[in-house]
Design a binder for this molecule. Structure first.
Ligand code: AMP
Length: 278
């Protein structure tokens, strides 16, 4: 097998069960690099006890075919025992990795950061590709790369969606037909909130109200909402001023947990009372 390291390598870390989201990352890497490597590793470190590690969708033979069909040169698919054993070193990104997904999935981002750092060490890529679908993951990895001065460039790509707006995800396979039918409400709700904020004269004065309204809308459709918040795109703290914003959501339908986000910039505000000259 051709060695992984060296040269002009574009790298796409994945957990497999490929869909168009994965393929768009591979396509971008293919278009920009001499060689493309995709890792396929269902990383046990990023699953908590009681999460879906054992039932996570696996389709390795199909994944290899799909990767080959979009021009991937190297598939790196180690077994769990080959990557970590015993008390391995962990990478921990404080603050950012403890909010939102990190709060609901303690240790999740330590697992993500640790495996991504190790994969960077193994592959030595010029550029690594990630999807904005997992916004907090992108920000955690960006922080890790900055803080540890890792010699890799990061590219983040837009979320690929189904026609009805549902973000493509390997976990969508868990949804029953009834759940699949309501799942697009997640993105529809995010869009409604974003449009309402962007169209308002004083969006930040109504942020709490529209977020509350969005939460009720999802709950009425049968979702259990873990969080729905307007945050900044650095620290992911709740945002109630202008700036680069993201609406983030995690919600459960039955036993399936879905996450999504939309990103936009909130510009200068018009004071709500100014039109009346008071
Ligand atoms: P995963 O296999 O779920 O760990 O995802 C591997 C990479 O694909 C991550 O960088 C994800 O953010 C990205 N990804 C997952 N779903 C999508 C999507 N719908 N659109 C774009 N990228 C995605």
């Amino acid at each position: 097998m051709q060695g992984l390291r060296g040269g002009d390598l574009g790298f796409v870390p994945t957990m497999g069960a490929f869909h168009e989201g994965h393929l768009s990352l591979m396509g971008a890497a293919r278009g920009a690099h001499e060689r493309v490597c995709v890792s396929l590793f269902v990383n046990p470190l990023q699953f908590g006890p009681g999460e879906d590690l054992s039932r996570y969708p696996r389709a390795e033979a199909r994944d290899f075919e799909l990767a080959e069909s979009v021009g991937v040169d190297i598939m790196f698919a180690p077994g769990a025992g080959e990557m970590f054993s015993g008390e391995a070193t962990r990478v921990y990104v404080p603050g950012l990795s403890e909010r939102w997904e990190g709060a609901f999935r303690p240790g999740h981002f330590d697992g993500v950061a640790t495996v991504v750092a190790k994969l960077f060490g193994i592959a030595g890529p010029a550029t690594a590709y990630f999807g904005w679908k997992d916004l907090q993951q992108c920000l955690v990895i960006r922080r890790m790369v900055t803080d540890l001065s890792l010699p890799v460039k990061l590219e983040f790509l837009e979320t690929i969606r189904e026609e009805d707006g549902l973000a493509k995800s390997s976990r969508n396979a868990y949804l029953s037909p009834e759940e699949r039918a309501v799942a697009p409400e997640i993105y529809a709700t995010l869009r409604e909130i974003a449009d309402s904020l962007l169209g308002a004269r004083a969006p930040l004065t109504k942020a709490d109200l529209v977020l509350e309204h969005g939460k009720h809308r999802l709950e009425k459709c049968g979702f259990a909402v873990d969080y729905l918040e307007l945050v900044d795109r650095e620290e992911m703290e709740p945002l109630r001023t202008e700036g680069d914003a993201a609406l983030i959501v995690a919600a459960r339908l039955g036993t399936t947990r879905l996450i999504d986000n939309v990103r936009f910039t909130l510009g200068p505000m018009v004071a709500p009372s100014s039109e009346f000259g008071v």
